[in-house]
Structure formats: structure tokens, C-alpha cells
Design a protein around this ligand. Structure first.
Ligand SMILES: [Fe+2]
Length: 397
């Protein structure tokens, strides 16, 4: 259901071009030629893992055939730190580049956004924290995801940590000129990464749909993405070599990224409080929180959540509660943990997590206001993995 009841003015941003198809990443030179990139020297920003798999050599080779020389910065391992961003800034300013290409998961793509902006602008990363305006236009930027999940190839944000705290640079100038969706790059993803990243994309779609900033653009993409993920994620997980499933997932993850125009809701806040205490990957902590997030918000505009449930479950008459239980079952099928206990969080930590959720990650986009009284039962139910109990409580209001 696409709603038109919000009179607010908003901006929906998106990359200018999307190139999609098997082997699309081998055609980057065509894109760069179309943009008249000069000089013909490209900064390739990549995850170390992507280099190890040989994907960078392949892309570098195809760029060379197209007449572009590439310099590689691949010192990105795990979540990027401020130090990574500083090293990359020096690297980006060390030579005259005509364009930046980011290849990898969310971390590499986020770093590539910064490199494109800081290559042409003075000052350090710390000068642009928060909502930023860059005096000069960034270098032309193409982003090539190698996982199907974060949607970073579609967004205006760059995230990294400074002394253990997540920090962001947010600017419409960071949106790439092109997203290059090459499903063949995701064929080697192991099942657990396929699941975790795909479930992050499902969280983006569902949370954006619940956001008070949801708009007709994000609604349309959210319903489409959630339906595709429901149909194809399990197939991609069971049969990683299935290109049709990989095509579906890389497309849905991109749509999930576009949904982030509406922001996410309390699920991502809860996920950050889990990540701060355990080594749970982002997508896993998000999908653990997702069924509870749906139930937490199910009394607001129930007809909308019902519409989402009907699309995902392909069942007329399905309701928010059915959707929450279905996601919990999917998490089980994909080998995801389903309780805070399972990821090693003690019951004694719950009060502190509630407090951290409220103060560090307040979520004005969430349709139900956050409070200690409302969050405590959510955390308690999540600790026990009692989604059914929480559903009963939610249905009583
Ligand atoms: Fe996410």
C-alpha cells in the first residue's frame, strides 16, 4: 500500500545511473568514458577481502583494457576507523585522479564516498562530520557492491567509528553518479554472509515502511524489496551459485538502500545496542530486532503493516503479527540467533541497553514514541526470544 496522507516536503535522492547485469563490473570503463573522466587514472577503494578473492584484479584489468590506469587502496578490514579515513584521504590527494570506484561491502563503499569528496576539498574528515556541504564537487564516483545488503551504493551517508563511536558524514554530494550491480560478484558469498546481508536489506525495507518519513517513493521500493527478499533470500542461501537468486537479491538490496531515504526506526537502534556488546554482525542484530520492531509499532496504521504482511507472506488477510512470526521463523531457517541470551547478553545488561537505546540512538522516525516503559518489555522479550509472548502483549495494546 502506497500512502499519500503525508503532506510534508521531502527530497528523494538516488544515484544518477544504475548499471545492472552479470559481469557489469567489467564495463566500468564504458561508464567512465561516458562521464569524460580526465585524467584517465582511477582510485579503486576496496575491502581487503575483495582483493583476496581476486575481484580487484579483474576490475583493474578491465579498466586497463578501457584505457584507465587504477591505483588501489584496499586497507579496509571490517568496520572503518577514523585512521582508515585519514590514510585514505592522504592516498586520494597523493595523485591526480579523475574518478573514484568503490568495490566491496558497506565499509568500502562508504570510504569511497569520502575519498571522492576529500580528493577535491581541503580540510580533514573531522571537519565534515554530521550534515556536510563540500565547497567543491567531489570526483565522479561509481560504487560496486559485492554483498547484497547494506544498500550503501544508493545512499548519501558515510559511516565510520571514532574512538568506538559510530560517526557519520551525511551529504547529498556523497551519492554516487552510478551504482553498478553485478550479481556475479556475490556468487562467492558464504551462506551466513548471504543471510546476514540479505536480512539487513529486509530490515531497511520494513523499517523504512514504518518510518514517519515514509513517502510514496520509499513505500513502493519497500514493498517491492520485501517481496523479492521473501521470495529469493532462502534460495540464495541454500544455493549460492544460483544466479537468478543473486540477481534478485542485489536488486532488492539496492531498493532497500533507496528506502533509507525515509530513515530506519527503532530496530536499527536496538541493533546498535547489541553490536556495542557483542560481535554480532550488523545484519544479524537488525534481523533479531525486526520481529519485535514490527510488533512494537503494529498499533499505528495497522492497515499499512497488513499490506506489507500480505506482500511478504503472499497471503491475503495476513497481519502484522503473522509477518513478525514469519521473520522469526526465517531467522531460524537461516541459522540466525533469535534471542539476546543466544548472543551472550546477560539479563543484567537490559536496563543499561534500554538507556543506551534512548539516549544514544533516539529515533524520532519511529511511529511510536520511545520510552523506558515501552522499551523494557521489548528487550525482555528479545532476551528470552519470546516473540509470541510479545505478540500477545502487543495485541492487548
Ligand atoms: Fe542496516
Amino acid at each position: 500500500m502506497i500512502s499519500f496522507d503525508n503532506p510534508g516536503v521531502g527530497t528523494f535522492t538516488t544515484p544518477r545511473q544504475v548499471m545492472m547485469g552479470d559481469g557489469a563490473s567489467a564495463k566500468l570503463a564504458d561508464l567512465l568514458k561516458g562521464w569524460q573522466v580526465q585524467p584517465a587514472r582511477v582510485l579503486l577503494v576496496a575491502d581487503r577481502e575483495v582483493t583476496r578473492l581476486g575481484l580487484i584484479d579483474a576490475i583493474r584489468g578491465s579498466l586497463a583494457v578501457g584505457g584507465f590506469e587504477a591505483a588501489v587502496f584496499d586497507a579496509i578490514v571490517g568496520e572503518p576507523l577514523l585512521e582508515t579515513a585519514l590514510d585514505l584521504t592522504d592516498f586520494a590527494r597523493g595523485q591526480a585522479f579523475g574518478a573514484v570506484v568503490g568495490v566491496g561491502g558497506g565499509s568500502a563503499m562508504d570510504m569511497a564516498k569520502l575519498a571522492a569528496a576529500l580528493a577535491t576539498n581541503a580540510g580533514g574528515v573531522k571537519d565534515y562530520l554530521g550534515i556536510a556541504t563540500f565547497p567543491k564537487a567531489p570526483l565522479p564516483l561509481a560504487l560496486v557492491p559485492t554483498t547484497a545488503g547494506t544498500g550503501a551504493e544508493a545512499t548519501s551517508v558515510s559511516m565510520f567509528s571514532i574512538e568506538g563511536r559510530k560517526s557519520i558524514v551525511l551529504s547529498s554530494q556523497l551519492i554516487p553518479l552510478a551504482a553498478v550491480l553485478d550479481p556475479s560478484l556475490t556468487l562467492s558469498l558464504p551462506p551466513r554472509v548471504t543471510a546476514a546481508t540479505g536480512l539487513d536489506a529486509l530490515s531497511h525495507a520494513c523499517e523504512a515502511y514504518m518510518s514517519i518519513r515514509a513517502n510514496p517513493f520509499t513505500d513502493g521500493h519497500a514493498l517491492t524489496a520485501a517481496g523479492i527478499i521473501a521470495r529469493w533470500l532462502k534460495t540464495a542461501y541454500d544455493d549460492g551459485a544460483n544466479l537468478e537468486a543473486r540477481r534478485a537479491m542485489i536488486f532488492a538490496a539496492y531498493l532497500g538502500g533507496l528506502c533509507l531515504n525515509a530513515g530506519v526506526v527503532v530496530g536499527h537502534s536496538v541493533a546498535y545496542t547489541i553490536a556495542n556488546r557483542t560481535r554480532t554482525p550488523h545484519g544479524i542484530s537488525c534481523t533479531m530486532a525486526l520481529p519485535y520492531t514490527i510488533l512494537f509499532n503494529c498499533t499505528v496504521k495497522p492497515e499499512r503493516l497488513k499490506a506489507l504482511a500480505e506482500v511478504v507472506l503472499k497471503s491475503p488477510g495476513a497481519a502484522a503479527e503473522d509477518l513478525a512470526l514469519w521473520i522469526d521463523d526465517l531467522n531460524a531457517d537461516l541459522g540466525m540467533p533469535r534471542s539476546l541470551k543466544e548472543v551472550g547478553i546477560a539479563a543484567e545488561s537490559l536496563d543499561e541497553m534500554v538507556e543506551e537505546c534512548l539516549t544514544r540512538y533516539p529515533r524520532p522516525t519511529n511511529p511510536v514514541g520511545l520510552s523506558r516503559e515501552r522499551l523494557k518489555p521489548l528487550y525482555e522479550a528479545m532476551h528470552a526470544g519470546d516473540v509470541r509472548g510479545f505478540a500477545q502483549r502487543a495485541s492487548r495494546g
